[in-house]
Design a protein around this ligand. Sequence first.
Ligand code: CO8
Length: 260
Amino acid sequence: MNSSYDMLCVQPSSDGVQVIQLNRPEALNALTTQLLDELASALSVAQSDSDVNVVVLTGSKKAFAAGADIKEMAERDLVGILNDPRQQSWQRISQFSKPLIAAVNGYCLGGGCELAMHADVLIAGRDAKFGQPEINLGIMPGAGGTQRLVHAVGKSLAMQMVLSGQPISAEQAQQAGLISEITQPELTLHRAIEIATDIAKKSPLAVRLAKESILKGMDTDLATGLRFERHAFTVLAGTQDRNEGIAAFLEKRKAHFTGR
Ligand code: CO8
């Protein structure tokens, strides 16, 4: 465990997978400026660590994260929010280009839900609750909740969640497409690591460009997305991993990818 963080437990990578756990149990992992900064830093380190292919982000049994820290927010006025240092952390988190898997149990609310939606794959325990309750505080989501949630669950459910503040269950989240799998709560992290370990064995270049292509497509029109996909697909034709993948298939053996 890395002790350079106060509010995170960062495990050493194993089989290309690193687990980062939000660790502020006394406040249900509410996201303070410091916690978000530590997370952005841990992801930057993981980004440049060649031993890390995939990161799993998780919280505790009771909460992935119960939102932005309301006590800290209470101290910020309009100018404080305008100059909000958390904005830079969100930006850095969104730039993480390796696969990020969220393993969610318990409350996943407000900024916590917005953080989980930065993940490429979300899985959750049966008891997880996803919501954007900011409206109950007289505010609204401010870190992607009105944008990414619409992509994830569609307009009608996103409106219902954001305007009423009512959370949805893991089952509803799966039906709507916010999460891909539901597990028993005690198995969520194990299952996330299993998915991550599988992805970590693939060609890192292909994984990176496939992720980028999907994200690009969500941000742009179909023609631009298809053009990006075609370029990315073409770039991969020049990699050793592509030769290795095809040769391994033809020779009926397992591929060994090196990221070249
Ligand atoms: N902020 C600060 N502290 C919190 C938060 C939070 N979001 N959530 C829980 N805590 C603290 C509680 O104050 C309590 O501390 P203490 O024991 O010192 O009183 C401790 O965690 C345990 O919480 P509860 O006793 O309330 O636990 P319950 O099981 O009774 O309830 C709930 C759990 C339902 C999750 C409840 O804690 C709750 O409603 N929390 C607030 C949820 C919320 O409103 N989240 C949205 C916050 S606003 C937001 O996220 C805006 C994001 C914008 C980002 C923009 C960035 C640039």
